[in-house]
Design a binder for this molecule. Sequence first.
Ligand code: SAH
Length: 257
Amino acid sequence: MTTHHESLNSGFVSLVGAGPGDPDLLTVKGLKAIQAAQVVVYDRLVSKEILALADSSAEMIYVGKRLDFHCVPQDQINQILVQKAQEGKRVVRLKGGDSFIFGRGGEELEELAQFGIKFDVVPGITAAAGATAYAGIPLTHRDHAQSVQFITGHVQKDGREIEWHSLAQSNNTLVFYMGLKQSGYITQKLLETGLDATISCAIIENGTRPEQRVFTGLLKDLPTMAEQAVSPALIVVGNVTTLHDKLKWFQPPNSDS
Ligand code: SAH
């Protein structure tokens, strides 16, 4: 039994980040990879305009969540990628945003590496960059934030507890992914570790998409704000969010203002 299997053929997996929603935010390199793919393995957050870029003969495999179904387990996704590559196929593994930011891209590549399958990585615009850009919220700004942190809101599930004390600084922008359901806990922890209750925050729902909505308020009101928002949404905490009013520019085509 060998641990490193040599691939017998020229199968290849391209791990492509599709960006946060607006299909035009796909990179040129991502576009070329999708067009050349024989198999596309994709997640829920990938827009249908991007899926439509694939060749009509490409095999499209959905591995995201369905309404009441659970998502395809990670080891089964890994298995599909390995199997298709071993058949000699050009595979694109397509994920929302950037594959290395809360996207399990690393785990999937580790599996491919173990089987000796060749791969490359095409970065995507992560939600924190895309959604804030479209909301007119600069992640850093000389007057407001000297640093920015991306944090998962799936705190308990994803293992180790967040080091809250390292987050709670007034000149640090915090971007929480998957944080809507945990907004009460997040708020409580940030207040406990020293953030001011009146620091500004924002929720960006469906960022970069025609349905984009932005809610702004104070940290103490974050749990109430979160009740009005739906997934996918980002929570942004920090004084940069006060710039939204001045810098908002994105007019979703279906908005009435
Ligand atoms: N790899 C992705 C993140 C996957 S985790 C990336 O780099 O963007 C899924 C979470 O991303 C969602 O729960 C939400 O918090 C965030 N997200 C993804 N797309 C979004 C969008 N268009 N607007 C706001 N948040 C988004």
